[in-house]
Design a protein around this ligand. Sequence first.
Ligand code: XMP
Length: 510
Amino acid sequence: MQNETVIVLDFGGQYNQLIARRVRECNVYCEVMSYKNDIEKIKAKNPVGIIFTGGPNSVYDENSPHYDKAIFELGIPILGICYGSQLVAYSLGGHVATAPVSEYGKTEITTSDSLLFKDVDNNTIVWMSHTDYIDKIPENFKITAYSKDCPCAAYENAEKKIYAVQFHPEVNHSVQGQQMLKNFLFNVCGCKGDWKMSDFAKRSIEALREKIGDGKVLCALSGGVDSSVAAIMLHKAVGKQLTCVFVDNGLLRKNEGDEVETLFRNQFDINLIRANAQDLFLGKLAGITEPERKRKIIGEEFIRVFEAEAKKIGKVDFLVQGTIYPDVIESGAGDAAVIKSHHNVGGLPEHVDFKEIVEPLRDLFKDEVRQLGIELGLPEKFVWRQPFPGPGLAVRVIGEITEDKLAILRDADAIFRKEIANAGLDRSINQYFAVITDMRSVGVMGDGRTYDYTLALRAVTTTDFMTADWARIPYDVLEKASNRIVNEVKHVNRLVYDITSKPPATIEWE
Ligand code: XMP
């Protein structure tokens, strides 16, 4: 059975993935499709609603994206957002012009009677970001909201089920934006909200079972959320026909290798090969200080080790990839078959003999992958794991990587993570870890002078990891972590907290 589907028609705006996520949060399945897809492709999806997204252009620019006007005749409800709302006006005989006053940021609008504004206050705050505005709406439409500088903040033709808003209901700053989206989905499109993770899991597992038959499946397991959930899906589908290869490169966090092994081998009873390649990696990295060189070596070695293990298994039919929906969207709005450019693992192995790739998470956003993980019984600790870079601790040991420095870093990092969790900050801070710098300085301990390492603590909040802010951790939490680290970890006598945002710094130190 197919889920009711909403199409998010992508005109290139920055919040387009967010719109899709918001729709899914209402338990309505949706797909992002570029405006470059013709109307037949959209019709083939049999959507119950279409949302036109924002975009960076002006509708009257020569090269701005437009859409086949036949879309307005399909009888499918449409919601235009920002650029999308201007495009609806422009396409149906209205007029768009440069606004005398651009609006940017939180703006109060006044709404009037509309299905879109059911259970929404008459005066409500929304997020505006536009320099053009609609100065004439199409015939048979009515204005349903305005702001001080925008006479047409929303307009509609309820009979034709065409709605449009100049603002962005999908961003959090639009206080009742989610209610408006819900109104569109449930009251205008008549959605039932049938997108449930438990059904998705059941159906996907059945589909995987059918596709794979009695074939053999190989999965590179890192212990991260995506590869863990993908592996469990496959295991539920085909059991022992799946083999997971977990490469221990010696650059994992404290106890991590053993935890991954215990969980997947003992708890889930998955065929797991743990390749203990610690010495190999550290040998190759000896004396290397240049960050990109470290990354390259680790990527190459990973492939080599993985291929060697795969060779032992022999020919496989399927290789599992943990591609998730944002990767699919970013690579061309769901059209192209994509393979995640996994800087994690340095690309796809070239010498593994397989027929086909399976991507069980291809339709899911990251938060849905976590939900699915919970559904499948993955322990919370794994479900909520913070992102960990493929090169592991190598990019958190500044300068040469040695066993000694790694041991110091592991202990300090474990303490910091524990204190963040104790303070209940582990879900609100998106990434947090320790770094061992290549610097030593003088300290005093008891009666003696010390000359030991300086470690840095790094913690950031971010939504996309492209930009990030340093986390305002309460001083007492920092104090506790710092005290514990210098007292409990030998060869550390100084802690600093990194207070740079990204940009100009990066999240990792290397
Ligand atoms: P930066 O340091 O570039 O990191 O601000 C952004 C995000 O990417 C992760 N990261 C990596 N992940 N291989 C990975 O798989 C890498 O080489 C790598 N470098 C950075 C980093 O942890 C952060 O989440």
